[in-house]
Design a protein around this ligand. Structure first.
Ligand code: 4AD
Ligand code: MG
Length: 481
């Protein structure tokens, strides 16, 4: 018999007919009640086993984690907590799960323990909910851009350029480690490597996306990116997914408008589609907050936080204004920041970003017009900036609890200015000849940004460690699974 998904059974208005459900046993109570979950929803369907007419052998095999097929009559539930249940007439154990060995017991496990069991943690309520929300969010991303006529571009994973100029790249090579070919000067001879040149995993698809925006107008990427930065924090992954829209003829203001509208739209979409999962995650967060001192607890619930972002404009503040605020802030004056802000030009650390968002403005913030020398080479130099205090048309979006969620800019469209900037930073023209071509042939104002997908998932799910919102996290010293 064809089986029906649990979500459809729970939503069905018709009862008293025979159905089959397949899934994994979450709990088995009183030798009678199976809570069955198949991943289609956070909710389990209760299956009532006729234990008097079921062989003892079979009952013993109904254990947490076992895969079962259950056939019976769908009926209105007598018990509380569910509308329908299955009165079981036939049960088949599809895959046993030895309770002595199965790590995911029906009790609260720590997130650390679950990370070590990332292949099984998705069988818990929390991770099922997180991964369904992640899936819906990624669909929302495509939906948003597709409805606006953006073209989805797949930029290369293996590249020969360093888009961010930060040098935090994983090398890609087919050369043997023990017998690396050398040039006469003693350097590694990449001419003998697979691609005949030095290559790495991409840190961003932006530069390639820009070339496509200069033909297709509005484009976006959504793919994996890699950073070999040794940041062991709850906000950094070595492999993460980034969404990078790039739009011809957009200036920085239009770029900020797009980013804000985009974030609000995908959150709205997800609230509408993921009611049950978000309700669960909201409760999970409330429970977690209970273990914190009152002062550290959030004033808002998860859904209040999400709705707050939808209902309020992001506060737009220039870097210069932000520095003034930070310099005069209590934690700066009292030496509470790890990095004390002394003067204009300082790079902002996440403690500063979070102060601005969480303590000062208490809403999402877009910082713009950063000092040129703390930002990447491709950002457009502002027209009337003081010598020594040059700023670029950059913008970062900062979110409560997250810090930077988006980084973007208007791009330097002037060939001469761009080349000068590259020279100053020691970037070879030959390395980016193709990028420079876009400034030679039909150059135009254009802008874009990158949103770290996992940081968005963190915000929407209310989780606090980025390792918990991607199925198999890649971080320093960890590439298990
Ligand atoms: O600010 P970033 O480095 O900007 C770029 O890569 C630009 N090329 C984007 C563009 O303009 N098209 O990275 C963009 C975003 C950050 O704001 C952050 O959300 C996320 O990517 N991000 C990370 N997320 C997880 N782990 C990491 N190690 C991340 N590094 C950046
Ligand atoms: Mg950034």
């Amino acid at each position: 018999m064809k089986h029906t998904k649990v979500i459809d059974l729970l939503n069905s208005t018709k009862t008293l007919h025979e159905v089959t459900a397949k899934g994994w046993v979450r709990t088995f109570r009183n030798n009678q009640f199976i809570a069955l979950n198949d991943g289609s929803t956070i909710n389990n369907i209760q299956c009532v086993v006729d234990f008097e007419n079921t062989p003892e052998e079979t009952l013993k095999r109904i254990t947490t984690g076992a895969a079962v097929s259950v056939t019976g009559i769908l009926q209105e539930s007598q018990g509380k907590g569910q509308s329908v249940e299955i009165q079981v007439t036939k049960i088949k154990i599809l895959g046993d799960s030895n309770p002595e060995e199965y790590p995911i017991q029906p009790k609260k496990h720590s997130l650390e323990f679950l990370r070590e069991n990332a292949h099984l943690r998705v069988r818990t309520n929390a991770f099922g909910a997180i991964m369904r929300v992640r899936s819906v969010l990624s669909f929302a991303v495509h939906n948003y851009f597709q409805e606006k006529g953006f073209v989805y571009v797949n930029t290369p994973i293996i590249t020969g350029s360093d888009a961010e100029g930060a040098g935090e790249m994983f090398k890609v090579t087919a050369l043997p480690f023990d017998k690396t070919p050398r040039t006469e000067e003693g350097n590694v001879n990449y001419k003998e490597d697979f691609f005949g040149k030095e290559t790495n995993l991409t840190v961003s698809g932006q530069l390639e996306a820009e070339t496509y925006a200069m033909a297709l107008g509005q484009v976006y990427t959504f793919g994996p990116t890699f950073r070999a930065e040794n940041s062991n924090t709850s906000r950094h992954l070595a492999e993460f997914w980034m969404i990078e829209p790039e739009v011809a003829f957009n200036d920085l203001d239009a770029n900020m408008d797009l980013a804000e509208d985009f974030i609000q739209n995908v959150i709205k979409y997800t609230i509408d589609k993921c009611g049950d999962d978000l309700a669960f995650l909201e409760q999970r967060l409330l429970d977690e907050e209970k273990s914190k001192p009152q002062a550290d607890r959030s004033e808002m619930s998860l859904l209040q936080k999400l709705n707050f972002v939808l209902e309020n404009n992001f506060k737009r503040v220039s870097y210069t204004e932000a520095i003034d605020i930070l310099r005069n802030s209590t934690p700066n004056k009292k030496g509470k920041f790890n990095y004390i802000i002394k003067e204009w030009g300082a790079d902002l650390q996440s403690e500063h970003e979070r102060y601005l968002v969480e303590k000062h403005f208490k809403c999402p913030v877009i910082l713009f017009d950063y000092p040129a020398n703390i930002k990447a080479f491709y950002m457009r130099l502002n027209d009337n900036t003081e010598p020594g205090k040059e700023t670029v048309r950059a913008m970062d979006i900062l979110f409560p609890g997250i810090g930077e969620i988006v980084g973007g800019s208007q791009r330097e469209e002037r060939y001469d200015v761009l080349v000068k900037k590259m020279h100053a930073l020691g970037i070879e023209e030959e390395e980016l000849w193709w990028y420079l071509d876009t400034r030679k042939f039909g150059s135009a104002v254009h802008s874009g940004f990158g949103l770290g997908f996992e940081r968005l998932v963190l915000f929407v799910t209310g989780m606090s460690n980025i390792r918990d919102v991607i199925p198999f996290p890649r971080t320093p010293q960890n590439a298990e699974f």
